[in-house]
Design a protein around this ligand. Sequence first.
Ligand SMILES: C[S@@+](CC[C@H](N)C(=O)[O-])C[C@H]1O[C@@H](n2cnc3c(N)ncnc32)[C@H](O)[C@@H]1O
Length: 276
Amino acid sequence: MATTTETSTQYALGYSNSEHDRLIRQANRIAPTTERLFREAGIRPGHRVLDLGSGMGDVAMLVAKLVGPSGEVVGIERDANSIARARERVAAAGLTNVSFTQSDVNQIVSDKPFDAAVGRFILMFLPDPASVLRSLLKLIRPGGAIAFQEPTWIPFLASSARLPLWSKVLGSIHETFLRSGVNPEMGPDLFKMFQEVGLPAPSMRMEALLGSDAEFTGLITDLIGSLQPLAQQHNVSLEALGDFGTLAQRVQAEVTTSKTVVSFVPIVGVWARKAE
Ligand SMILES: C[S@@+](CC[C@H](N)C(=O)[O-])C[C@H]1O[C@@H](n2cnc3c(N)ncnc32)[C@H](O)[C@@H]1O
């Protein structure tokens, strides 16, 4: 598998250790929804699967278990440090059917076709996701599956309305995404985009985990922490959130006092099959 050189566009969430730890905690929570989607999309033992924007390797490792030792997963990630950590985790898990290639997702080259291409929380960060989907189609065999999980923030924002601080945190993240070119509605937008690139109308589902514990709310308060530099760069004021040092505790206190659950970002699962 060969790759060309990477392009350098900024990645919104950055590459701090704390963001990488957050991604792993997030992956643990949402793994069952991801696995359900991939099973429904027909990923099975023996398949050769491409994972776009593999980050810490969680999606690649999940797929590795579905395809088994006779299958193979190739993760595409442009950040070398992320790949190093993902490789360590794959080795620690004893998986021998996962490899990672350092490349921009726009520039994947492979001489062998894949049975499926997957990705989670990657298309939302790309300036031209349709062109990436078009290139992907050339890498998949006829009848192969394309399956992505991407967010929809509109119901997330609506569901936060009764909790003022939680709502402000979500509003700040959303505004930072919008101003920096990240698409918070990438999930539902894939209905049109799949068809524009020549795929059939995709099967779609939306899942939103609910929770109230500190690790759960921390996935979002830590996300605004990762986005802080980008928010500043795009003049998104975070003053209304108060002291960042105590933000997680104040959000958790609000949730606990309200005796309710909050939602994690609703995840839209989207899949379709390339024509035979
Ligand atoms: C939000 S993380 C998701 C990681 C993983 N898919 C998961 O769900 O746990 C997005 C990852 O995509 C990578 N990424 C973003 N833009 C990319 C691009 N143009 N080419 C390759 N990787 C990219 C980032 O470096 C980051 O590791």
